[in-house]
Ligand binder design. Sequence first.
Ligand code: ARG
Ligand code: ZN
Ligand code: CA
Length: 247
Amino acid sequence: TAGVVSIPVVVHVVYKTAAENVSATQIQAQIDVLNKDFAKMNADASLVPAAFAGLAANTNIQFVLAKRDPNGNATTGIIRKLTKTTSFSSNDAVKNAKRGGDNAWPASSYLNLWVCNLGQGLLGYAQFPGGAASTDGVVILYSSLPGGTSRPYDKGRTATHEVGHWLNLRHIWGDASCGNDLVSDTPTQQAANYGCPSYPKVSCSNQGDMSMNYMDYTDDACMYMFSTGQSTRMNALFAAGGARASL
Ligand code: ARG
Ligand code: ZN
Ligand code: CA
């Protein structure tokens, strides 16, 4: 396959309070976490159990703050928008200027990443490939960025998880009891894991859940790999005819 895919990112910071108006430094730290996690350059990759070490993947997918806006003008890749909305939900209002949010840039050329306050304990959500361009992208809670206040979800792995969905990955338990995530090298597991399970945590007659996978629900400090099969599934989007080939 081809070399590294580098995806231009536009970050829409939709804020009401000063804390929600995250700094450019923190945004760059989030991009750095994405790049490390997707390249298997994360320091905690060394924690992957021996049983899965051969499956931990460098996806060859990377992220860079956009340098050109849709009109071809120079940009920092960071848009700041003051809102009257105290907290958003998964109803996509944050993606719509008429509903207190900020409109998407063309999904054919950018990963839209909205950073805002979210209610109901929501850390983030994403749109799978193939949906409407106006709502395409990823939304993350402002305090989930690296160094944020939403411990134990404060190392930027919410973005890693949500970008995984945006690149067509399902939850590792397939959103059903012993469900199917459409990836063959991730063991079938019974349900979401939370916290920090010790390996092996056996379910569905597997050899141990891959609870350290970014697509589980474990703490940020306890998720540190994508599998080869997940990498293949994501990269298929960039092949000719793939849903994100235009990137
Ligand atoms: N979609 C999930 C939620 O909002 C995100 C889980 C992210 N997990 C994490 N360790 N950061 O609940
Ligand atoms: Zn998820
Ligand atoms: Ca699987």
